[in-house]
Ligand binder design. Structure first.
Ligand code: ASP
Ligand code: MG
Length: 435
């Protein structure tokens, strides 16, 4: 019965917390433990990389001193016999960062720099387990997490390699989340927050019984506790609900995490390292069937809406295909869409190629672009035959301008586009009136 446990930045953010992690790993009999970088590390490494690009050496040294203090304190507080081994490892990582910064060549050097956080925590944590007499083995994730030209992980290759690597039933394996090798053979990563996804992929590869994501809050809440008062943890949710919430802004889990686990029917547990006894949230295939139930709300900022107004759309076919092709060509996913006979509104969260997209869309009609929007997504059991659900949602936010509504695509969600400045008020009103 294998389990994959993933611990986030705060969970491995100090010696004290790493000791808690070790206890959990042993108690849960983790097959593979996937670690993030210590909290704050990746942000610092991203800044170092930006400083390397702009040639700001002083800033690089300042950040390295900060990281050095952080890791030295952790090593001194955690280890006994392996202190010098760990410090050598740390200094080696800093040397790598300095070299990559001095010979900075765009993305390649950036990825080398950013990968050092995960490499360091996993090495230090493995030393600690070994000192505790645990048969711990450190695996190098880029040896088996490999992406193709589109940035997608080769799951077949991952399975083949990982199954062989973790064959010793008496060992505890430790590895890095987030990092991988790309199709050119260079070190790369799966995007910010990607270590949850690493854990899910590894869980699917070894057909784990469970994937556990350990953070510093007690599971997924019904609303964003950073903005809303009186939220509560949700004990259970379906894969589809969790996917929508994660995609639409619930920060606790990376949105890509759900798909591999859903596909293999592997439950995902969201747990709190600071309170391991708390039940957390279980995400699984089980569907809760109580009618009229709103389970949770999440919001995602940084949304741009694009409106295409065209008389040519009237009673024509093939118009939407032309629109979609433009987004496809520029590798820009569309989140929400609403249509009328003569116009279509779309939202995107990645404005990188928007200028080029806009230029091409202009051929199809008049284009209007608005930034600084948020999508608010409400999930639950929203069966279409249950009357009054949408009315209840809209009634609870009567005073807020709604720019788009998407309802009916599934029985699971209703999404709305609002101005980001109205977000907090919207979330609080929904929380007060729907839950
Ligand atoms: N350390 C990486 C980040 O901060 C990956 C992760 O924590 O999931 O984005
Ligand atoms: Mg995370």
């Amino acid at each position: 019965m294998s389990k994959v446990l993933k611990f986030g930045g705060t969970s491995v953010g100090s010696a004290e917390n790493m000791k808690k992690v070790a206890q959990i790993v042993l108690q849960e009999k983790a097959t593979i433990t996937v670690l993030s970088a210590m909290s704050g590390t990746t942000d610092a490494l991203v800044k170092i990389s930006a400083s390397a690009k702009s040639g700001d050496k002083a800033q690089i040294e300042e950040l390295l001193t900060m990281l050095s203090d952080k890791y030295t304190t952790c090593i001194d507080g955690l280890l006994e016999n392996s202190v010098s081994e760990a410090k050598a490892k740390m200094n080696g990582a800093f040397e790598t960062i300095r070299n990559a910064s001095a010979n900075y060549q765009d993305y390649k050097s950036e990825r080398v720099i950013i990968s050092q956080g995960e490499l360091l925590t996993s090495a230090i944590f493995t030393m600690y387990l070994k000192e505790q007499g645990v048969n711990a083995i450190l695996l190098n994730a880029p040896d088996f997490v490999v992406t193709n030209e589109d940035g997608k992980v080769d799951t077949c290759g991952l399975k083949e390699k990982l199954v062989q690597l973790v064959s010793d039933k008496n060992a505890t394996y430790v590895t890095q989340g987030f990092i991988c090798t790309n199709y050119k053979g260079d070190i790369d990563n799966l995007g910010r927050g990607g270590s949850d996804y690493s854990a899910a992929l590894m869980g699917a590869a070894i057909e784990a019984k469970e994937v556990q994501i350990w953070t510093d809050i007690d599971g997924m809440h019904n609303n964003d506790p950073r903005f809303v008062e009186n939220t509560h943890p949700i004990r259970h949710m379906s894969f589809d609900e969790a996917a929508e919430l994660a995609y639409f802004g619930a920060k606790i889990i990376h949105p890509a995490t759900i798909a591999p686990c859903k596909e293999h029917g592997i439950p995902v547990l969201l747990k709190n390292t600071m309170d391991p006894a708390a039940p957390g949230t279980t995400i699984s295939n089980r569907e809760d069937n109580e009618a009229n139930s709103f389970h949770a709300v999440a919001a995602k900022d940084g949304i741009t809406v694009i409106r295409i107004h065209s008389a040519r759309m009237l009673m024509a076919y093939g118009f939407l295909r032309k629109v979609f092709e433009i987004f496809e060509e520029h590798k820009t996913p569309i989140d929400m869409i609403t249509t009328s006979e003569v116009s279509v509104s779309l939202t995107v969260d990645n404005p990188e190629h928007l200028d080029k997209i806009e230029k091409e869309l202009c051929e199809l009609g008049n284009i209007e672009i608005e930034r600084d929007n948020s999508i608010v997504c409400i999930v639950g059991h929203l069966d279409h035959k249950d009357v009054g659900l949408a009315a209840k949602v809209l009634d609870s936010i009567k005073d807020i301008p709604i720019k788009m509504i998407s309802y009916g695509a599934s029985h699971r969600s209703l999404a709305m586009l609002i101005n980001t400045k109205d977000k907090q008020h919207t979330l609080q009103s929904l929380n007060d009136k729907l839950f």
